[in-house]
Write a protein that binds this ligand. Structure first.
Ligand SMILES: Cc1cc2nc3c(=O)[nH]c(=O)nc-3n(C[C@H](O)[C@H](O)[C@H](O)COP(=O)(O)O)c2cc1C
Length: 164
């Protein structure tokens, strides 16, 4: 069974942990967290990518990725910005294999938070030393969908294709 098929089999056991494989095998893989408000989920569903939503509950097992992926993460800060990376994402990134395959980060947030807009994605990018590829607000606009689709495709090809 391919890596993706292994993840899919595990994902099918849990409703909140689903892998969307409607896009082709060569398309970017986006792993993301989205709470019950599902803003990030709605955005990711508009992209022509393979996607894997992290479990809603930290008590559920976190996936182990053995192939490259981009992480999309909304911010959930307490006043002052502490604890902005959702615990579900912290648990996922605490797995060395996941950090090894992390290629870049996309931030989700709300501009009402001012300088803390998408702070979780900024923190992950610095800590894991990967590029912060894009920031979008709430469920994103049509322009965000277009820009992320094109940008992610270029980034994916440049990062995952073998060089001559
Ligand atoms: C308690 C709480 C704290 C938040 N903190 C931030 C923040 O620090 N920065 C930010 O950009 N957005 C912040 N947001 C906004 C969320 O990131 C935004 O609503 C996002 O779209 C949620 O994604 P989801 O619905 O997929 O979980 C916060 C929202 C809540 C409810």
């Amino acid at each position: 069974m391919s890596t993706l098929a292994t993840v899919l089999a595990a994902a099918q056991e849990r409703e909140s942990h689903r892998l969307d494989v409607t896009a082709g095998e060569e398309s970017p893989l986006v792993v993301y967290f989205s709470s019950v408000t599902r803003n990030t989920d709605r955005f990711i569903q508009k992209l022509p990518v393979r996607s894997l939503r992290l479990p809603l509950k930290t008590s559920e097992p976190t996936p182990q990725l053995t192939e490259p992926f981009v992480l999309a993460v909304p911010s959930y800060g307490r006043p002052g910005g502490a604890g902005s990376v959702p615990p579900q994402v912290v648990k996922f990134l605490n797995q060395p294999v996941n950090r090894q395959h992390l290629m870049g980060v996309i931030g989700a947030g709300n501009t009402n938070f001012g300088s803390l807009f998408c702070v979780a994605a900024e923190k992950v990018a610095v800590k894991c030393q990967v590029p912060l590829l894009y920031k979008f607000e709430l469920m994103g606009t049509d322009q965000d969908v277009e820009e992320v689709t094109l940008g992610l495709d270029k980034f994916w090809q440049a990062s995952t294709q073998p060089r001559d």
